[in-house]
Write a protein of this length. Structure first.
Length: 88
């Protein structure tokens, strides 16, 4: 798991567009840092938001390790999908 995540990656986890994630950052709902390349969301914030979504939607509680594994899987799956589309 990385220390910082992009708005695209967090969007995959929260089922929102990168534009929606940026708006949430501007509205103060998400803590992030702004770099020349765009916003980056700290790992702790990604864990918090992902945990909230899973608990709200599935009613499940996951350990940090389970949650990190799930986050890694979602990001890897989406990155592989993008790579496959680019190669097609």
């Amino acid at each position: 798991m990385d220390d910082f995540f992009s708005t695209i990656q967090l969007g995959w986890l929260l089922d929102r567009s990168p534009t929606g994630i940026r708006q949430m950052i501007r509205d103060g709902e998400i803590d992030a840092v702004r770099l020349a390349a765009g916003f980056r969301i700290p790992r702790a914030e990604v864990l918090r938001l992902s945990r909230e979504r899973i608990q709200d939607e599935a009613g499940r509680k996951l350990s940090d390790r389970q949650l990190e594994r799930l986050i890694d899987q979602v990001i890897q799956t989406n990155e592989a999908r993008i790579d496959a589309a680019a190669g097609a």
